[in-house]
Design a protein around this ligand. Structure first.
Ligand SMILES: *Cc1c(COP(=O)(O)O)cnc(C)c1O
Length: 458
């Protein structure tokens, strides 16, 4: 054993080799030194372990050793955020980054990222301008609201709304809308953090106008409607229409705000989906503020969007928290480009999530059949999901490739290890790949990865 340990090369000697010199150029000398040291520690550990089992000496294998070092370097410098192929059929997959961006949005981000911009510069006047002016014109145009404000995400928008308009005062909300949206985001906890006092009314399944009415008193600041987002109630259910809440709020001189969550600007029923209230409808109904996410049904970048009455939006714009929650220039660029498609009336054709929603079942069957010819398996009728806390229970008829494998979970794991990783799902004990969410430019990679994972031999 002593001999085997003595035979290990020194870090200094290894660093002189051509390969290590090359790595030093690529990754920097400190990282290569670290990787060599860690790999030598491993080698020493192995020598000790084998000694305990048997008494033969261990030969140092330089080629294998350098492969270990290379793996360490690859791992250390691999990007943390990686592209994956979403074959789950869940369009707004929260864990997979929600909405993919349109070509125009990507181009806008790229050109703004590359250089300087008029982010806070007024090109007319040649002096300091306003960050919060970007994308506002287009938001006003597509929603018909008087004014708009963009923050980092919709959770931030809700905190800002409550802090600016209801701190230390009461906000009335239906018990049926005290939801947890996912990722530990609970409406009651957000309200507590903002300093607004929650006043729950009604019951889980029924809240009437009179429930709101009876709860209003001099400390009431706001009525808040929250979209239940990721669950749907059925049976004996009653909620109060927004128009009635608006009238009640007006009568008492308090605010009425509508957290739509996903915030669709398109009529979802035209795609065979359940009805989803649109931003325009809530604005037209007279809500003081309507808030929604940028990366759910809008199909844009992560952002929280507040639209509504001028004085109310202005109060939030001037609140100190608005500065802490402001959107970055790349999100603003992508949002502006995304809204452009809506304003021109081309959203369904240009925004990736709407294109996915609009793909029909026959077209998806064609794709699944093509995949089947290459990798085998069976084509099944299934349903894709909208997901992402929008249109609860909203699904679309689809066709998918189903692979019957001995161990579906092991196959899912194998697919996650391909490059780029493929994310699939299990349905009726088969591994199911839904073409709806696979971007057209990823299709060949997907097929290559399926073959590499040995799934074509089944
Ligand atoms: C998703 C959602 C939020 C949170 O939006 P983020 O943009 O993810 O921060 C807030 N409210 C409702 C009703 C939602 O559905």
């Amino acid at each position: 054993m002593q001999e085997a340990l003595r035979n290990l090369p020194s870090i200094d000697r290894l660093l002189q080799s051509d390969l290590c010199q090359q790595w030093c150029q690529q990754y920097g000398r400190p990282a290569v030194t670290d990787a060599l040291r860690a790999a030598l520690d491993d080698a020493r550990e192995r020598i000790h372990q084998r000694k305990a089992v048997e008494h033969n000496s261990v030969v140092f294998d330089l080629v294998h050793f350098l492969q270990c070092v290379e793996r360490r370097l690859d791992f250390a410098f691999a990007p943390s955020l990686r592209t994956v192929i979403n074959a789950t059929g869940v369009i707004l997959h929260t864990n997979l980054g929600r909405a993919p961006l349109s070509g125009a949005a990507i181009q806008a981000m790229q050109s703004i990222a590359k250089g300087y911009s008029n982010l806070e510069y007024d090109l007319e006047e040649g002096k300091r301008g306003r960050r919060d002016s970007h994308a506002v014109l287009k938001l006003k145009a597509v929603t018909d609201a008087e004014d708009a404000l963009i923050v980092n995400n919709n959770a931030a928008a809700l905190v800002l709304l409550l802090s600016a308009l209801a701190k230390g005062r009461e906000v009335i909300i239906s018990r049926g809308q005290l939801v947890e949206i996912g990722g530990g985001f609970r409406i009651p906890e957000i309200m507590a953090e903002s300093g607004a006092l929650l006043r729950e009314v009604g019951s889980t399944n029924r809240t009437r106008l009179s429930d709101y009415h009876e709860a209003i008193h001099e400390r009431t600041a706001m009525l808040l409607r929250v979209h239940p987002s990721n669950f749907r109630q059925s049976g004996f259910v009653e909620s109060t229409p927004l128009s009635e809440l608006v009238a009640l709020a007006r009568e008492h001189g308090i605010y009425i705000a509508d957290d739509l969550g996903s915030g669709s600007l398109l009529d979802t029923t035209q795609f065979g989906l359940p009805y989803e209230p649109t931003v325009q409808e809530s604005v037209a109904c007279g809500a003081d503020v309507v808030l929604f996410s940028g990366d759910k049904l809008l199909g844009g970048p992560q952002a929280g969007i507040l639209v509504g009455r001028k004085t109310v939006i202005q109060a939030m714009r001037e609140h100190p928290l608005a500065r802490a929650m402001r959107a970055d220039k790349l999100a603003l660029a992508a949002l502006d480009a995304t809204l452009n498609a809506y304003q021109r009336g081309f959203a369904a054709a240009e925004i990736p999530i709407w294109r996915m929603i609009a793909r029909n079942s026959a077209e998806l069957q064609e794709l699944a059949l093509r995949w089947q010819r290459i990798v085998g398996g069976a084509v099944i009728a299934t349903r894709s999901t909208i997901g992402g806390g929008s249109i609860p229970g909203g699904t679309l008829p689809s066709h998918a490739l189903a692979l019957t494998v001995p161990n579906p979970n092991a196959t899912l794991q194998l697919l996650r290890q391909t490059n780029p990783p493929v994310i699939a799902r299990i349905e009726d004990d088969a591994v199911v790949l839904d073409p709806r969410t696979v971007l057209p430019e990823q299709e060949e990679e997907l097929l290559k990865n399926l073959q590499e994972a040995g799934l074509n031999s089944l």
